[in-house]
Each structure stands twice: as C-alpha cells, then as structure tokens.
Write a protein that binds this ligand. Structure first.
Ligand SMILES: Cc1cc2nc3c(=O)[nH]c(=O)nc-3n(C[C@H](O)[C@H](O)[C@H](O)COP(=O)(O)OP(=O)(O)OC[C@H]3O[C@@H](n4cnc5c(N)ncnc54)[C@H](O)[C@@H]3O)c2cc1C
Length: 346
C-alpha cells in the first residue's frame, strides 16, 4: 500500500466528505480495515446534531447510535443531544480519526485512484486533498425548503427551531405539517407562547412520532394550541402571517414565525462530478449493495443515499454504509444490511 501510494502521489486511500455520524462511521470502517482515511467537514463534527433543538431526545436508543463498537452508555432511556455530541467527540478521539474541520469541499476532480478534493478553509485558504476514492456523506441539511413568500427573510422568521424561551408570552406561528412542526408547537406552548400551527394539508403528514401526536391533539382539543389546517401562507409581515384559507384570507398575529418545512440535501458535488441525480427522488445513481455511484470510486453514505426522503436512512442504518463501501474497495462481498428498530420500521 505505502509503495503504491507513493508512486501515485496519494495522500489517502479514502476521503470522506462530511463528518456526521455516517461519515465518521465510514472513516472508522476504513481505519479498521487498514485504509488511510480522512474526513473533511465544513463545520464541526456532528454539526447536524449540534443544530437539533437544544433539549431534544433521540428516538433511538444509545446502542443504535453507537459507532465502531464503542459503547454509548447513558443513564436515561434515550440519549439527549448533548449526550450524542459528547459521544461522537469521544469516538473521534478513540479511533484517532483524521478530521479536517471547518474545511468546506467545493469540488471533486479526477478519477478512480487519483481524485483531487478541492476545499476551502474558514480562513479562505484553498486546499487539495488527494485520495484514491471519495465518499460523499454530506447529509440532508443542505438548505431549508423555503415557502418563497414575501417576508420570509424578516428577522423574526427562522427555519431552525432551537428552544421556546424567546417566545414567552408572544404570538408564535409554526408553519409545517411534520414532526418538527408538531414538536416545536408543543415546546413553544410549554414555554408560555400563544401558538398557532399552520399547515396547507387537512391534518398532519404521516410519520408523526406516536407519542407526539396525542399530546398535540389534546392541546388543540383543550384550546391551548390553535391549528389552522388547509392554510397556505401568502406573506409574512412584521406582526402577522397572512394565510389563504378556504373561507378567504386570514391574518394570524405573529411576533415569531417558525417555518418547519424541512430541508433539502445539497447534491451539487455529486452532480458536478458526473453522478446523475433522479429529479423525482433526488437519489444519486448508485449500486444498492456497494453504494458506489455511477462514477467509479465515488461512493455515497448516510442520509444522502435516500435523496429527498430523510425518513429512510438514519444514523441507525446509515452507520453501516461504511462497511459496504470498504468491502467494495477491498474486493469483498458486501455485508448484509442490518434490521432497523421498531420505530423506524413503522
Ligand atoms: C431532531 C432530530 C432528531 C433525530 N433523531 C434521530 C434518532 O433518534 N435516530 C436516528 O437514527 N436519526 C435521528 N435523526 C436523523 C439523523 O440526525 C440523521 O439521519 C443523521 O444526522 C444523518 O447522518 P449523516 O452523517 O448522513 O449526515 P449529517 O449528520 O447531516 O452530516 C453531514 C455533514 O456533512 C457536512 N457537509 C455538508 N456539505 C459539506 C461539504 N461540501 N464539505 C464538507 N462538509 C460538508 C455537514 O456540515 C454535516 O456535518 C434525527 C434528526 C433530527 C433533525
């Protein structure tokens, strides 16, 4: 390996783009197989988890979020965001993973055996990482799905929910029909806000966590939270959200607006290196067993494998993607995919 790398001028066997749980898991698999891997992360490791709502708990048990066989032990039933951040930092140190943080990947050039990954540091320096193969594990949170209405960029509007304290005794409008919207509405109400949830559908989209749905429905029944279904946001004003409802136009008072309409992955790196992306599903063309894309030597790992549907790949199953990629690189058959937990199967 050393002699071959020196001849080809390679720095690494594998460059993993993205230091989320699935990118880290891939680097661990590579390391355990004796490959030299580097993780290039645009922010800090596990940055997606760092941006979760401050006090959220995982739906997965700690064991199902663990990487590389390192025990993840917590005192409570489900880990908190802080537990997971501490755990993933520990894992990076335990395996002495090489991680280049705050280095954004801008392009992948070259071909199998001789890729050049072009990066830019936070300080504005351009760098090149050479690697024999590349894994794109850039996750799902590329950019928020915007409503595209006037006023969406006003300072009292956010697309990320952190915590409810700022909304104490304020009029808060939550836009969206998924889990994040339901959980944000409940948390805001518990923080003393006057909350209205607005959604264009007649009810929630499916896949609301089974313990969240009755909580929300009971709050609506007792009049603690208002729900405005079949409502399309037309504009956001400094003091109100303007919606179109079947009866006409409605102005809902709002000094804080939480647009919880999900995110879309940034697939530019893959597209630019020549991987076709299905326009309907957002899934990059790849082999389902090896996760190698249609460009030899370029792989995908983690939630990016599922395209626009963030409900198919999670940490629970995405953490095994690296094993399949490394098997392919070493010419071994792909290991069988694992089973998911009951929550994810439903
Ligand atoms: C509130 C909440 C709760 C959740 N709970 C669970 C749970 O209980 N169990 C579970 O299994 N899943 C859970 N998930 C889903 C889980 O967070 C994701 O499935 C997981 O983060 C995906 O991991 P990943 O490594 O594929 O991507 P990510 O964790 O999103 O990591 C991708 C990384 O790539 C980096 N990146 C992106 N582009 C570039 C670039 N060009 N250059 C360099 N770096 C780049 C990003 O900065 C990011 O750090 C939850 C999600 C949310 C929002």
């Amino acid at each position: 390996m050393e002699a071959r790398d020196a001849a080809e001028g390679l720095e690494y066997d594998l460059a993993v783009i993205g230091g989320g749980p699935c990118g880290l898991a891939t680097a661990i698999s590579a390391r355990q197989a004796g490959l030299r891997a580097v993780v290039i992360e645009g922010h800090v490791v596990a940055s997606t988890i760092a941006q979760y709502p401050t006090y959220v708990r995982f739906f997965s048990t700690a064991e199902k979020l663990s990487l590389g066989g390192v025990p993840f032990v917590v005192a409570d039933e489900k880990p908190s965001r802080r537990d997971a951040l501490a755990y993933y930092r520990t894992v990076v140190k335990h395996f002495a993973l090489q991680v280049r943080q705050y280095e954004q990947v801008r392009a992948i050039e070259g071909k199998q055996g001789a890729f050049r990954v072009l990066t830019r540091t936070r300080a504005g320096e351009d760098r090149v990482v050479r690697a024999g193969a590349v894994v794109v594990a850039t996750g799902y949170f590329g950019s928020p799905n915007k409503l595209g209405v006037p006023g969406e960029d006003l300072p009292h509007v956010t697309h990320v929910y952190r915590e409810g304290h700022e909304a104490f005794q304020q009029d808060a409008v939550v836009v969206g029909g998924g889990n994040s919207a339901a959980e944000a509405a409940l948390d805001l109400w518990r923080s003393g806000a006057r909350v209205t949830l607005v959604h264009f559908g007649p009810t929630f989209d499916k896949r609301i966590k089974p313990w969240v749905l009755p909580d929300f429905e009971n709050r609506v029944k007792e009049g603690s939270i208002a729900a405005q279904w079949n409502a399309r946001v037309r504009a956001i004003e400094p003091r109100a959200v303007v919606v179109d409802v079947p009866e006409g136009e409605r102005r809902i008072p709002a000094s804080l607006v939480y647009v919880m309409t999900g995110f879309a992955p940034n697939l530019t790196l893959l597209r630019d290196v020549g991987v076709p992306i299905d326009p309907q599903t957002g899934i990059p063309a790849h082999h389902p067993d090896t996760l190698e894309t249609s460009v030899p030597g370029v792989f995908i790992a983690g939630v990016v494998v599922a395209g626009f549907d963030a409900n198919k790949v999670f940490i629970e199953n995405g953490r095994y993607h690296g094993d399949r990629i490394v098997a392919r690189l070493q010419g071994r058959p792909a290991p069988a995919p694992p089973r998911l937990s009951a929550e994810l199967d439903s």
